[in-house]
Design a binder for this molecule. Structure first.
Ligand code: ADP
Ligand code: MG
Length: 247
């Protein structure tokens, strides 16, 4: 479903700053229906990788293919269309404070030109699915962190994407909300036939919901494979550090 092939990304230097090699020859495949965990310490290139999957950031070299379409070969107009197949959620939710939960979920549908009745119906159904049937009219400030992330998930799913990118989606949540949001992401992946990329600095998050995992360090992939395999035979000092108790 997602193929990154020999992706490198260098941020150019400025007078005050050296250039940064954020990603260095990263190749990665995510099969349809998988929840792929991407784990690494702060600064290892995880967010850059997420932004490259939907081409919010252009790679310096390499190709991105999603659902058989090479995004790196598309014109700007075609790329905007293709991006609708990719939803994204963030640590800080990025909801609009002035809009209700319902209006936040409707926003991407409004932008896509979906009619009022249909977008209201779809947004309502999604908010019900994520457990917020009684919060349609609430504003973000009236919701807990876990509830805000559920609104963000509903919004990301509104355009019916086939890929969901989650960048530190549970990093701002308490343990109970983390557990329920992770369970929800796993359920939605299976129910809606999504392919999900779960980016996190916490190996524990990955161990709870992912079937495959990729370890990033210094912009390079240091290990990748089925969760059980990576956990059983850590191949790098990073894996050992992230997995203090190999099983
Ligand atoms: P992570 O999400 O794993 O913490 P990032 O992908 O955010 O890592 O960052 C990887 C590296 O790239 C870091 O050294 C970061 O400072 C650098 N970086 C990220 N975005 C930019 C940018 N827009 N300009 C310059 N450097 C950047
Ligand atoms: Mg990050």
């Amino acid at each position: 479903m997602i193929t990154l092939s020999h992706i490198s990304k260098t941020f150019p230097g400025t007078r005050r700053r050296q250039p940064v090699i954020a990603l260095d020859d990263v190749s990665l495949t995510v099969e349809r229906g998988q929840v792929m965990g991407v784990v690494g310490p702060s600064g290892s290139g995880k967010s850059t990788l997420a932004r490259i999957v939907n081409l919010l950031e252009r790679p310096t070299s390499g190709t991105v293919t999603v659902d058989g379409v090479e995004l790196t070969a598309l014109s700007a107009g075609r790329l905007n269309e293709a991006r609708r197949t990719i939803g994204m959620i963030f640590q800080q939710f990025n909801l609009l404070d002035s809009r209700t939960a319902l209006a936040n979920v409707e926003l991407p549908l409004e932008l896509a030109g979906v009619g009022r009745a249909e977008r209201r119906a779809r947004a309502t159904e999604l908010l019900e699915r994520v457990g917020l049937a009684d919060k349609l009219g609430s504003h973000p400030a009236q919701l807990s962190g876990g509830q805000r992330q559920r609104v963000a998930i509903a919004r990301a799913l509104a355009p019916r994407p086939s890929v969901l990118l989650c960048d530190e989606a549970t990093s701002a949540l308490d343990p109970a909300s983390t557990t329920s949001v992770l369970a929800l992401l796993r359920e939605l992946t299976d129910e809606l036939d999504l392919t999900t990329v779960l980016i996190t600095h916490e190996m524990d998050v990955v161990k709870r919901v992912c079937d495959h995992v990729t370890l990033l360090e210094g912009g390079r992939v240091v290990d990748s494979g089925a969760l059980g395999d990576v956990v059983r035979r850590p191949q790098s000092p990073l894996a050992t550090r992230l997995l203090p108790h190999p099983q």
